[in-house]
Write a protein that binds this ligand. Structure first.
Ligand SMILES: *Cc1c(COP(=O)(O)O)cnc(C)c1O
Length: 390
């Protein structure tokens, strides 16, 4: 361990404040460190390992594709890319898919689509994208500009122009801001993840959707974290009774391999033409083969189980000692604690449970197929860690 820590700290750019342990292996929702200590994984690689570690169905599909061809470039057709695009469209009603390799890249695509759509429809000056305060949309210079949190911006000026931010759940503020701008799109997370696991109000989202439709402003949802079953429906917007024009996703879609996707609805399905956008790795057959097994298994029964597990966690933690509030949707849960979240994480880790934070909260993003026994065991440890006195 000391070896990997020394080498990593000497040679890997210092952008991550890593935990002390080294993860060497795992299975399902259990991880093992270099001493053999076992942890229950309540983070799933930040909502990535949708079916846990080394899931057999996913692994077999990935290995089978690796044995055929690992990469072709986008100059040729491949089965996994075409099949995944069809599956995503059938499950959402969206019409076309652009494949990227990460959430930020999926969002870059959405922004390009919005700018081109508005330029062609209304004029090039209609370039403004409205996003929400406290949002998170990625780390590239453009998605940082979209991110409505000043502290991410400070050191990297100038960012891409054309982004304005407005408070969540304030319909009037958004509409009056829109009236002062030439707007291409409204872009939002239905549940703000990095911002503290906070679900938007249904009334706000529906009013914004109606306003956008009336003004021919695109409604784009960032489902990088909330998507792919995480919220208890396939995509979180499905809980809001809206039909977005663009849905972006990544994280859990690949089940552990890098993939991002921008799903394009009716209005924008033909906005991107030859040469307008591209990605060397986008639609990689290995990543797509794995992703197909992720989405194919998320049927109604599976999603109902996610919702049941969610209810279990909420009721087990809400109102308990040291817990001020529990927020979120599905298996994307934020816990506001009396003790600092960082301290809770340390206690949990000592007792064999790995959690995450979001702002001042403890954040839980377990694998969606986490067995009930493991979930109950982890929740008990988290509850005790929250109840501990300082
Ligand atoms: C994680 C995240 C991103 C960025 O995804 P990357 O794959 O890290 O680029 C964008 N939007 C939301 C809502 C996210 O949670």
């Amino acid at each position: 361990m000391s070896d990997v820590k020394t080498i990593d700290q000497s040679y890997v750019a210092g952008t991550y404040n890593r935990f002390p342990g080294e993860i060497v292996s795992g299975k399902g929702s259990e991880l093992f460190d270099e001493t053999g200590k076992r942890y229950i994984d309540m983070g799933s690689g930040i909502a990535v390992n949708s079916f846990g570690i080394s899931d057999e169905v996913w692994k077999n599909a990935v290995i089978e594709q690796l044995g055929k061809v690992q990469h072709t470039s986008n100059l040729y057709y491949t089965q996994p890319c075409a099949r995944l695009a069809k599956l995503l469209c059938e499950r959402t009603g969206m019409k076309k898919v652009f494949f990227a390799n990460s959430g930020a890249e999926a969002n870059e695509c959405a922004i390009k689509v919005a700018r081109k759509y508005a330029a062609e429809k209304k004029g090039a000056e209609y370039s403004t994208i409205i996003t929400l305060q406290n949002s998170f949309h990625g780390r590239t210079l453009t998605t940082l500009a979209a991110t409505g949190q000043e502290h991410y911006h400070e050191l990297f000026q100038p960012l891409t122009p054309g982004f304005v931010h407005t408070p969540a759940n304030d319909t009037e503020a958004l509409i009056s801001l829109a009236k002062t701008q030439k707007v291409a799109a409204i872009f939002l997370e239905c549940v703000q993840g990095e911002g503290g696991v906070i679900a938007l109000e249904k009334d706000f989202v529906q009013k914004i959707a109606a306003f956008a439709a009336k003004e021919d402003i695109l409604l784009m949802v960032d489902e990088v974290q909330t998507g792919n079953g995480r919220s208890g429906t396939l995509y979180a917007y499905m809980n809001y009774g809206i039909t977005p024009d663009v849905v972006t996703t990544a994280k859990g879609l690949g089940g552990g391999l890098p993939i991002g996707a921008a799903l394009l609805g009716e209005k924008v399905q033909n906005v991107l033409g030859f040469g307008d956008h591209g990605s060397t790795f986008g639609g990689n057959p290995v990543a797509c083969a794995g992703a197909i097994t992720v989405i194919e298994r998320m049927d109604e029964d599976f999603l109902a189980e996610v919702r049941q597990k969610s209810e279990y966690v909420f009721s087990a933690l809400q109102g308990k000692k040291g817990i001020a509030s529990v927020s979120g949707m599905g298996l994307m849960i934020g816990i506001e604690t009396t003790r600092p979240a960082g301290e809770i994480l340390k206690t949990c880790m000592q007792h064999g449970v790995l959690c995450l934070t979001a702002k001042n909260k403890v954040r839980l993003l377990p694998a969606l197929n986490i067995p009930m026994e493991l979930l109950a065991e982890a929740v008990e440890i988290i509850k005790c860690a929250c109840a501990e006195q300082e």
